[in-house]
Design a protein around this ligand. Structure first.
Ligand SMILES: Cc1ncc(COP(=O)(O)O)c(C=O)c1O
Length: 391
């Protein structure tokens, strides 16, 4: 028997406590019990988004919230700047195209983060641009884009919104939208929020809400004005994924009990330990300069087939990680360490990679990655970040 470990960059593992919190007789979504949960959940999401404004709970996957950001801000023919440094950056282009908007793409080599100067130049060259669309973490490469610097470019431009897909960033690292000046911030349930797929979260700045009044793209299910009006009254516009909201409530209780700063520190330690393990084994990181604490994307050592490693981890060791997407398909592994993941999951993947490489004919791998990871995990600060005592 192998213990099943889901170490993909989403969906992420669901704790037994959370699964049980969802396994209850279904409350009705127009009743007072569910209303109390929804209100509590929305209040607890706000500090994670770093906003005093509304965080809306949408029943859809993350892409639904991405689409909601487009249709609530733009009108047909509007121009928007997109940061395209991976598969999810390219999704902005697809969304803008189907909605008849124009695009100024900033193509960033996969594995690199966008240079804020390139965005500033695009903004200066296109004063009619209405929005900049970017990922915080580009999950296809594991890169972290410089959201804070981008927000500094847009916050004083009254007609330009910065839209941040924080689907693999919110809850992993601080993303204080009010303080930085992010106009739209998006998150997804199956990532740092540690529940199954099916919910997305979105918050808008005052600037973005004002734009939503002027926007003329068609919207119905994703009309955020209607959703806000309903959610401020303790309900959702449409039937929500009730069970997932119950699970979310359990997760947010535990996240706030741990403390957001402690959770961010824990995520940073897990990421650092994972990177140390991989580098010690001769892997080359895809995001060499600006890696996200959410996941680590890595090329296999020379001569080793990345896809074979993904298969071995799954078939021999019960560990599910992701392979590459787009141009990186078959060439990389993507290991998630966001959400309900702890230091012993990191040691498990480190040890399993050693065994998988040995099975692929490499010598001298045993103990190498585990030792490198333990050096990071065993430091005093790391121990403090991860400390918790079972009752
Ligand atoms: C950064 C990012 N954006 C968008 C998405 C799409 O989200 P979903 O698959 O939930 O629609 C993902 C999912 O992996 C993601 O990581």
């Amino acid at each position: 028997m192998n213990k099943y470990r889901l170490l993909a960059p989403g969906p992420t593992p669901v704790a037994a406590e959370t699964a049980l919190a969802m396994a209850v007789p279904l409350p009705h979504h127009r009743g007072s019990a569910f209303r109390a949960v929804l209100e509590r959940v929305r209040a607890q999401l706000a500090p994670v988004f770093g906003t005093r404004g509304d965080v809306l709970v949408l029943t859809c996957s993350g892409t639904g919230a991405m689409e909601a950001s487009v249709v609530n801000l733009l009108s047909p023919g509007d121009l928007a700047i997109t940061v395209r440094g991976g598969k999810f950056g390219e999704r902005w282009s697809e969304l803008l195209a189907v909605h008849g908007c124009q695009e100024v793409p900033i193509d960033v080599p996969w594995g690199q983060s966008v240079d804020p100067l390139a965005v500033e130049r695009a903004l200066d060259a296109h004063p009619n641009a209405r929005a900049v669309f970017v990922q915080a973490t580009e999950t296809s490469t594991g890169v972290l884009h410089p959201v804070r610097e981008l927000a500094a470019l847009t916050r004083d431009r009254p007609d330009v919104a910065l839209v941040v897909d924080g689907i693999t960033a919110v809850g992993v690292l601080p993303m204080p939208m009010d303080e930085w000046g992010i106009d739209v911030l998006i998150a997804g349930s199956q990532k740092a929020f540690m529940i199954p797929p099916g919910l997305a979260f979105i918050a808008l700045s005052d600037k973005a809400w004002a734009m939503s009044e002027r926007a003329r793209l068609p919207r119905f299910y994703f009309d955020l004005r209607r959703e806000r009006d309903t959610q401020t009254k303790g309900q959702t516009a449409w039937t929500p994924a009730i069970s997932l909201v119950l699970g979310l409530s359990d997760v947010l209780d535990r996240l706030h009990a741990e403390g957001l700063d402690a959770a961010y520190a824990r995520q940073a330690v897990l990421a650092a330990a994972t990177r140390a393990a991989l580098v010690a084994l001769g892997f080359r990181l895809v995001a060499a300069d600006s890696p996200s604490p959410a996941l680590t994307a890595t090329f296999a050592p020379a001569g080793v087939d990345a896809a074979a490693l993904v298969r071995r981890l799954r078939d021999d060791h019960g560990i599910v990680v992701s392979g590459g997407q787009g141009d990186l398909k078959g060439r990389i592994l993507r290991i998630g360490h966001l959400g309900y993941v702890d230091r012993f999951d990191v040691l498990a993947i480190a040890g399993a990679l050693e065994l998988a490489l040995a099975a692929e004919g490499r010598s001298g791998t045993l103990g190498v990655a585990v030792t490198a990871a333990q050096r990071v995990l065993g430091s005093e600060a790391a121990m403090a970040a991860g400390r918790s005592r079972p009752d």
